[in-house]
Structure formats: structure tokens, C-alpha cells
Design a protein around this ligand. Structure first.
Ligand code: SF4
Length: 293
């Protein structure tokens, strides 16, 4: 298999077969992220992609879901996505879905008819690192799109029938801003149809711009308890029927909820953590994290 550079897939794709479609990130400007600092964006040559598919076919001929690695393979244009999707079908006859990371920016340059065709070819399950739906926070993190762009682009995915998942990041707005971030984000997410929302919590790593800003006093990180209150607010405000997973390593307390049914139970579970664990213990947990989880 041709894996070069950092290979990263979300925890919920653990059962998918993975293949490298691209490496690196087309953007590399999010202030909290250093994942692809040392790599240039590159599309895997179709010959390599095909060789990998042939190899997968020998040990997983009936693979039903395949995850294309790279920070944002969906940045490829329509023709390149189409070529790769059809090539997957040549090799993996039972493959039903081809999932990958995508940015809101990557949807902007595609027409709905193109999205529909890609869906028909099997592209389905886009993990979108929205991080927030609050314009001040999106600007602070330098995500390169607005809250209104999230709604506009996700409506295109809805129209095309492409399933998508959001990532929300608690703590990203900084100290004292988490509740506003959660309220505004929930209002934006309520206008979309994410199949589920995965929640991470900001961890400042030394090779990021946000870390440098914190050192200069230009960004004050949110406390750990504030982040849990932020999550409570997000859960309380979300009106859509969706799953919420806040169970990655970056969350002090791993939890998940099926909304709206688990709303009250989940909020009181988090309240119990707020009432029984002290801030210092939570800070020590975060200080021990070595990578994004
Ligand atoms: S968060 Fe995603 S889009 Fe932003 S720089 Fe990191 S890999 Fe690229």
C-alpha cells in the first residue's frame, strides 16, 4: 500500500478499509492545527491508487466501505473524484460507500449536479471539520468560511443525498466565549442535517499559531469546566435529530448521546462531572495529551 506522510482517519471509520487518495491538506491555515505542517498537498497518482485497490481486492474483495485518507480528498475536482470513484468500483464490486474528510471550502467549487453524480458513484460519508458555527470563532480559528457558508454548502449535500458528519470543538472560542459559541453553532447546525456530530476539545500544541497567540496573551484558553458547560449548552440547544459523540481522547469525560432523546440524561451526567471533579484534575489530564484524539 502507498501510504506516505501522516495517515489519519476518524475513530468511527475504524471498520472501513483505508486507501490513500491524497496526502497533506490544501489549506494548512487553521490556527489550532499542525497536523500537516510538514507536508504538501498531493493527489495519489491514479496508477498507485489502482495498485492499492488491487492489493485490497486480494484480502478484502467484498469490502463495503472504503475511507480515502488525506486531510481533504474532496478538494479534488469533479473529474478526479469521478475517476477514482469509478476505479474503486472496478476493483471492489460490493463497495457501497467511499467516505473521506472534506472542508466546506471543498464543496463550494462543486455544482449540485456534480454532487449528485458523485453520490451515485458511491461517494458518501463526508467528515466535515466545521469546528464551530459561530462567525467570531470561525474567524479566530481562520477556518476560511463563514457560518452562512456551512448552511449553504450543506444544503447542496442534502439535495445531492450525500451523508455528512460535523466536528465541533469546545474551547476553541477562548475563555468566556464558549457559551456564545455553542448557542450560535447550535443555531447554524440546526439548519443542517449532520448524521452525527463528533465533539473534540481544543488542545494547544506548541507548533500551532493558536499556541503562539496564547504565549503572547492574544488568546486565553477556556477552562476545562467552561468547556463542559459549553457542551451542555450545545446539547441543550440542538433541535435536530442526531447522534453526538464526545468520546475522543480530547474530551475529559467521554460521552455520547442520541438527540433529542438523551438530552436531559446527558446534560445531568455532565453536571455530575462538573460537581464532583475539580478543575486541576481536568487540567492535568489535558496536559498529558500527546496528540489530537
Ligand atoms: S484543521 Fe483540517 S483544514 Fe484546517 S489546517 Fe488542519 S487539516 Fe487543514
Amino acid at each position: 500500500m502507498h501510504f506516505t506522510g501522516r495517515t489519519w482517519r476518524p475513530p468511527y471509520e475504524a471498520h472501513s478499509v483505508i486507501i490513500q487518495a491524497t496526502s497533506g491538506c490544501t489549506y494548512k491555515k487553521c490556527k489550532f492545527c499542525s497536523l500537516y505542517n510538514d507536508e504538501c498537498f498531493c493527489m495519489s497518482p491514479i496508477e498507485e491508487f489502482e495498485e492499492d485497490l488491487a492489493e485490497i481486492k486480494t484480502y478484502q474483495p467484498y469490502a463495503r466501505r472504503i475511507f480515502w485518507t488525506g486531510a481533504n480528498p474532496f478538494a479534488m475536482n469533479y473529474e478526479n473524484l469521478k475517476l477514482r470513484a469509478l476505479t474503486v468500483r472496478d476493483y471492489l464490486i460490493k463497495c457501497q460507500s467511499m467516505a473521506m474528510f472534506a472542508s466546506i471550502r471543498d464543496i463550494q467549487n462543486k455544482e449540485v449536479w456534480q454532487l449528485k453524480k458523485l453520490r451515485a458513484m458511491g461517494i458518501n460519508g463526508l467528515s466535515i471539520g466545521t469546528e464551530s458555527g459561530d462567525n467570531t470563532t470561525l474567524e479566530l480559528a481562520n477556518k476560511g468560511y463563514t457560518a452562512e457558508d456551512i448552511v449553504e454548502q450543506c444544503k447542496k449535500l442534502d439535495e445531492a443525498g450525500i451523508e455528512y458528519y460535523f466536528v465541533y470543538m469546545t474551547g476553541l472560542a477562548g475563555k468566556g466565549e464558549g457559551i456564545r459559541n455553542a448557542v450560535n453553532s447550535a443555531d447554524i447546525f440546526n439548519q443542517c442535517n449532520p448524521y452525527f456530530i463528533s465533539v473534540d476539545s481544543l488542545t494547544l500544541f506548541p507548533d500551532t499559531e493558536l499556541y503562539a497567540m496564547a504565549r503572547r496573551g492574544e488568546f486565553i484558553p477556556a477552562g476545562e469546566k467552561e468547556r463542559i458547560e459549553e457542551l451542555q449548552t450545545l446539547i441543550g440547544r440542538l433541535q435536530i435529530r442526531t447522534h453526538l459523540f464526545a468520546n475522543s481522547l480530547s474530551n475529559f469525560y467521554p460521552s455520547s448521546a442520541y438527540l433529542p432523546y438523551d438530552r436531559e440524561k446527558h446534560i445531568s451526567e455532565l453536571q455530575h462531572i462538573l460537581d464532583t471533579v475539580d478543575e486541576q484534575e481536568m487540567l492535568e489530564y489535558r496536559a498529558g495529551l500527546k496528540s489530537l484524539g
